[in-house]
Design a protein around this ligand. Structure first.
Ligand code: COI
Length: 362
């Protein structure tokens, strides 16, 4: 193997046994297959060490690893898109980077620098550009994550951390693709409390939602629509995406109160809606208000937004035996326009007026 030192000082050990032939690009399952390379950097004695890109592969860990026991870990989810054989677009990397450090601060994890982050992404995409799918609704999902790597069973912050970036060619996140998903509220569980960790991307938030999500699925719903933990009446998010309501000519998006993840696609949605002349309200909204708007005919559309989910129309909401049913095939015009605009910008078909795209020449 030959080691290359880039001008940005990321050591690169190229993969000499590509797994590209194992990828069925026409039937991509979300997050199941990975590109040939990954980024690694270790933190020890108060500073980050030498960044390295090496072949994707297993990581050796101790059974006493802090993360396995106490979950001191954060992650990001972002995407890169095929434009043409020389050009790949990364969507809003600076915003994802800033949210990653926001998550790190909350979880007592050392922050990282943008230069290393963006250089790592560029190098990974150049090395693995053949893994970026060319198919419709597909992208290269990028998963940066940082986890505590002390081998110590004492319940306190780690002193060592590992920072990885892996990438995965993906298709649509939900089985439904761009077709509407169905959501149910739950009285039994809560996702996050104000002052907790619901507004950061940390591992445990997701683990805690798996059982409620499984129960929702058994009852025939795609996902849980989370209500606030205190009063059980304000709509928060879906866990895998943020939620939006088009009521009359007003886009209502639950306000970030501290227990909702500040989605990057959520931000794109509110910016575009404002530009398109809609009233945009970021405020608390009760589930009762949503049902009232449905009953009086002003609830036009409900949809989710997220990196993995992109824009996902909601066809049905169940809450305590009552249902709002838009019909299984109903894709609202507004959600469709947002989907077309956002994906148009991502795939380079629509001009990037907002400076959301970071282009990589491969
Ligand atoms: C993302 O949208 O990137 C996420 O991290 C959500 C995850 C559940 C796939």
């Amino acid at each position: 193997m030959n080691d290359i030192m880039t001008p940005e000082k990321i050591n690169i050990i190229p993969n000499e046994n590509s797994k590209i032939h194992e990828i069925d690009f026409d039937n991509l399952v979300f997050g199941k297959k990975f590109s040939d390379h990954m980024f690694v950097m270790e933190y020890e004695k108060g500073s980050w060490g030498q960044p390295l890109i090496r072949p994707y592969g297993p990581v050796q860990i101790s059974p006493a690893l802090n993360t396995l026991h106490y979950g001191q870990a954060i992650f990001e989810g972002m995407k890169a898109f095929y434009v043409d054989e020389d050009t790949i677009n990364i969507y809003r990397p600076k915003d994802h980077f800033e949210r990653m450090n926001y998550s790190s601060r909350r979880m007592g994890i050392p922050e990282t620098d943008y230069e290393t982050f963006i250089t790592a992404l560029e190098e990974l995409i150049k090395l693995d550009h053949r893994f970026v799918p060319t198919q419709d609704q597909s992208a290269l999902y990028i998963r940066p994550f940082v986890f505590a790597s002390d081998d110590l069973l004492a319940a306190r912050s780690s002193t060592k951390f590992s920072y990885y970036i892996i990438t995965s060619p993906v298709g649509a996140y939900y089985e439904e693709g761009f077709n509407p998903v169905s959501l149910t509220t739950t009285n039994e569980y809560v996702r996050a409390v104000v002052g907790g960790t619901g507004d950061v991307k940390t591992a445990g938030n997701y683990a805690a939602s798996f059982l409620p999500a499984k129960k929702a699925k058994e009852d025939g719903y795609t996902q849980v629509l989370w209500l606030d933990a205190k009063e059980h009446k304000y709509v928060e998010e879906v866990g895998t995406m943020n939620i939006h309501f088009l009521i009359g000519n007003t886009l209502v998006t639950p306000k970030l109160t501290g227990s909702i993840l500040g989605g990057i696609t959520r931000r794109s949605v509110t910016s575009l809606a404002e530009e398109w002349g809609y009233n945009v309200e970021e405020r608390r909204i009760t589930i009762d208000e949503v049902f009232e708007a449905s009953e009086n005919g002003t609830l036009k559309e409900v949809f989710g937004s997220g990196t993995a989910a992109v824009i996902s129309p909601v066809g049905l909401i169940h809450h305590q035996g009552r249902k709002i049913d838009f019909g299984i095939d109903s894709i609202g015009e507004f959600a469709k326009s947002l989907y077309d605009e956002i994906t148009g910008i991502q795939y380079g078909r629509i001009e990037d007026r907002h400076n959301w795209i970071h282009t990589v020449k491969v």
